[in-house]
Ligand binder design. Structure first.
Ligand code: GAR
Length: 200
């Protein structure tokens, strides 16, 4: 299966996906890394790993449609079958989601539907929850709202800071995202309404 990973920043999840694939957790070709930020470390990771990257800035386009159309052109060129958003801090339009319906995954650093948005870890700390976690879900037209594939809880200790909690969450993310991709590739994810049934 040909995968594109979308990033905006560090790309540690992108790295975890590459590492899991190399270790043989799933059979895929990570063909492309799409990035909307030329200064992102994920661009360096792609270079080091020999993965083609496509960096594209929103400000170079007069509309979101044109920006996405250019990305879609690249995805088509590479015959991408699965898109994994990994810290991609942009909302995909309904038109984009429709084109790749059921073929876009996202990881979020909280137990959705709690703490949606770009500051899931800080928001959980600020709210004072005792448990937060990680969610991998299918992407739909709304932000952080699609059907949940996998979730795992992470305890918030009284001594936790945003940084220490982020470290715990990232280590769960790096295990959970590759596992969700493995299930997808194996055809084990059955969508029934909003629910994702994991087949044996
Ligand atoms: C991850 O924690 C991911 O869950 C989060 O961005 C981080 C990216 O880290 N995504 C969101 O908050 C999406 N709403 P990475 O670049 O090191 O993979």
């Amino acid at each position: 299966m040909k995968i594109a990973v979308f990033c905006s920043g560090n790309g540690s999840n992108f790295q975890a996906i590459i590492d899991a694939c190399r270790k043989g957790l799933f059979k895929a070709d990570i063909s492309l890394m799409v990035c909307d930020n030329p200064n992102a470390f994920s661009v360096k990771r792609a270079e080091k790993e020999g993965i083609k990257s496509f960096t594209i800035e929103r400000k170079a386009f007069s509309s979101a449609e044109e920006f996405e159309a250019r990305i879609i052109e690249e995805l088509k060129k590479e015959r991408i079958e699965l898109i994994c958003l990994a810290g991609y801090m942009r909302i995909l339009s309904a038109g984009f989601v429709e084109k790749y319906k059921g073929r876009i995954l996202n990881i979020h650093p909280a137990l959705l539907p709690s703490f949606k948005g770009t500051h899931g870890i800080k928001d959980a700390i600020d709210h004072g929850v005792k448990t937060t976690g990680v969610t991998v879900h299918f992407v739909d037209e709304e932000m952080d709202s699609g059907p949940v594939i996998l979730q795992e809880a992470v305890k918030v200790e009284e001594t936790d800071t945003e940084a220490s909690l982020a470290e715990k969450i990232h280590s769960v993310e790096h295990r959970l995202y590759p596992e969700a991709i493995r299930l997808f590739i194996k055809g084990k994810l059955k969508l029934i309404g909003r629910r994702v049934k994991i087949l044996p």
